[in-house]
Design a protein around this ligand. Sequence first.
Ligand code: FAD
Length: 241
Amino acid sequence: MQTFVAEVDRITNLTHDVREIELRLLEPTAIDFQPGQFISFDIAVEGKPRPVTRAYSIASPPSRPDRITLVFNRVDHGPGSTYLFSLKGGDRVHFKGPAGTFRLKDDGTRDLLFVATGTGIAPLRAMIWTKLEQGSPRAITLFWGLRSQRDLYYQQELADLSKTYSHFRFVTTLSKPEPGWTGSVGRVTGLVTEQIQSVANLAVYLCGNGGMIKEVTAALNAKGLCPIYREKWYDGEPDAG
Ligand SMILES: Cc1cc2nc3c(=O)[nH]c(=O)nc-3n(C[C@H](O)[C@H](O)[C@H](O)COP(=O)(O)OP(=O)(O)OC[C@H]3O[C@@H](n4cnc5c(N)ncnc54)[C@H](O)[C@@H]3O)c2cc1C
């Protein structure tokens, strides 16, 4: 793994507790990675003899190798989250990477299903952009689970992508919507059960908490066998963000 120095170029608050930052690489000036891979920060923690290491998936495609986008949510008192939320425009950061085996695999002509909860969208966004940029003709579906309306982000971007690329569609489902929501309600597992008729021609990529990954894997297995690639970030409830 290589060590990189980068500058925080842009910070965007996507929701009340999710932030996106764009890092511009300084040394070296480009990063060679596969969509789905992550980078990691070593973070000093008061009272601990050694820094803790935290991984963050690259949310942008490799077609722009001089910049990477990270998307992360607030975790109270968490060293990784606190560090990333403390960054200001112009700050310099050091990270290692790229790493990880959660990457686009060659599954021939299979259609692609991506399933995320919360910020688990990060590596899937890099993968989806890459597939669409490459002109892949295969049908691409994204199921994304969030909690309520105030947790929504990237909805316009995804809508624009689905207009430009007719073989891409996405469904965002809310597990605890406020009144007035006319979209899908429930967990991503429900979408998989109801909307996926057959897995015979499907390759699936899952990213998020352990509860969702377990449930969705079981829902897919009930329909038959297909390649399922998983990136579990932490053990958590299926509808967690
Ligand atoms: C390969 C990989 C890629 C990752 N990519 C991302 C990413 O792109 N964006 C991102 O936000 N996180 C990502 N994570 C999670 C991230 O590495 C940290 O675990 C997270 O930021 C919490 O770290 P912390 O030090 O702030 O809190 P900690 O003190 O380490 O965590 C406290 C507890 O919070 C829970 N937790 C961990 N992650 C989350 C989360 N995202 N949301 C809610 N609860 C959580 C866990 O139960 C954990 O025990 C990734 C993890 C892995 C393994």
